[in-house]
Design a protein. Structure first.
Length: 344
């Protein structure tokens, strides 16, 4: 998993998995009876997610991982006591190590938020719940695929939000422009990056073009500088939310969608399928997502509403509700450690 050293990354790239040379030989499928049902389930899952393996060795290896994941997910759901469920999703044939190594590439500078100013510092009254989707400030859930550029999706979602709030127009903006063009500093396309550096870059080139104009491809590419003439939205800069206080984070999220870094490396996060996520997770920030609201669940548990970029088959149609106001000042999975937002 992406270790949060100084340049620990948060978004992963899965490519290597499919090129691995496997050492064991193809085995004929004489499976125990319970395995044949599982084998069928794997086949159905492969069809559902369009998964194709390069040979029978690869398929055998992936089947074993699938089987282990299914067993662990079933055991989790059967055991009582958690307010959320796990489910088989598109990541079901990946080990947790492969999953975190390929997808989570936030280049976390741990606790390095040194906010010069925080425009919401004097906010005293906030609504008891907020859902920026209902305010029309959130575009449909996107899918970063096998490219570790969560940082771009997180920054773009926050920018789409402030742009709608200030102009009244919800415009889906281009992550690929960031992946291809923002390559001078810490941001390295599919190898990872930082939301703050993305905001800095967007400010420098005076905006971003639309998703339609510069569509997502999910691989590193050459910057198409012609597109910079077509910028559809701008920002003036960005601010960091002072770290390690969910109360302070709330003041920001009450006013606009906010980029947050979290530790998304755990098995439970990989297979989260719904409910209010309460962990387990650490605070090794390795993934960039966007807080687009907050609220209180039926059982009284407070949560953050978080937009992810793993498509709509993960979580609650691509979203996760993460427990809010936990005992640790860092917030669950470190959500209050490195939050920031663009300014209009
Ligand atoms: C918050 O209030 C203090 C004291 O009145 C003031 O100095 C500061 O500028 C205010 N901050 C913002 C962002 O408005």
């Amino acid at each position: 998993m992406a270790v949060a050293n100084q340049h620990g990354c948060l978004c992963l790239a899965l490519i290597f998995i499919f090129g691995t040379n496997l050492v064991f030989q193809a085995t004929s499928r004489t499976l125990p009876i319970q395995d044949s049902a599982m084998y069928e389930r794997h086949e159905q899952w492969m069809a559902q997610y369009g998964r194709v393996y390069k040979d029978s060795n690869d398929k055998e290896k992936r089947f074993k991982i699938f089987k282990e994941n299914v067993a662990r997910i079933d055991a989790f759901n059967t055991a009582n006591g958690k307010p959320y469920k796990l489910g088989i999703n598109q990541f079901a044939d990946l080990t947790n190590e492969e999953f975190t190594a390929s997808r989570n590439r936030f280049k976390g500078h741990m606790c390095s938020n040194t906010a010069a100013s925080f425009k919401y510092e004097n906010v005293t009254a906030v609504p008891s719940a907020m859902d920026w989707r209902q305010k029309g400030a959130v575009t449909p859930v996107k899918d970063q695929g096998q490219c570790g550029c969560c940082w771009a999706f997180s920054a773009v979602a926050a920018m789409e939000g402030i742009n709608m709030i200030t102009t009244g127009k919800l415009i889906s903006l281009s992550e690929q422009e960031l992946v291809d063009c923002d390559t001078k500093g810490e941001d390295q396309g599919c190898q990872g990056g930082l939301m703050d550096d993305a905001f800095k870059f967007i400010q420098k080139i005076q905006g971003l073009t639309t998703e339609t104009d510069y569509p997502y491809r999910g691989v590193d590419g050459t910057c198409n500088t012609n597109k910079e003439a077509n910028h559809a939205a701008k920002i003036n800069g960005y601010e960091d939310v002072p770290a390690n206080s969910e109360t302070v984070l709330l003041k920001a999220v009450a006013n606009q969608p906010v980029s947050v870094a979290i530790d998304a490396g755990g098995f439970e996060f990989q297979f989260y399928s719904g409910g209010i996520f309460t962990g387990a997770c650490e605070t090794q920030l390795d993934h960039g997502v966007t807080a687009v609201g907050y609220g209180v669940g039926d059982d009284g548990t407070k949560y953050w509403l978080v937009k992810n970029s793993w498509g709509t088959s993960w979580g609650e149609k691509g979203y996760i509700r993460m427990q809010r106001d936990v005992d640790a000042k860092e917030g669950l999975c470190g959500i209050a450690m490195a939050a920031s937002y663009p300014t209009a």
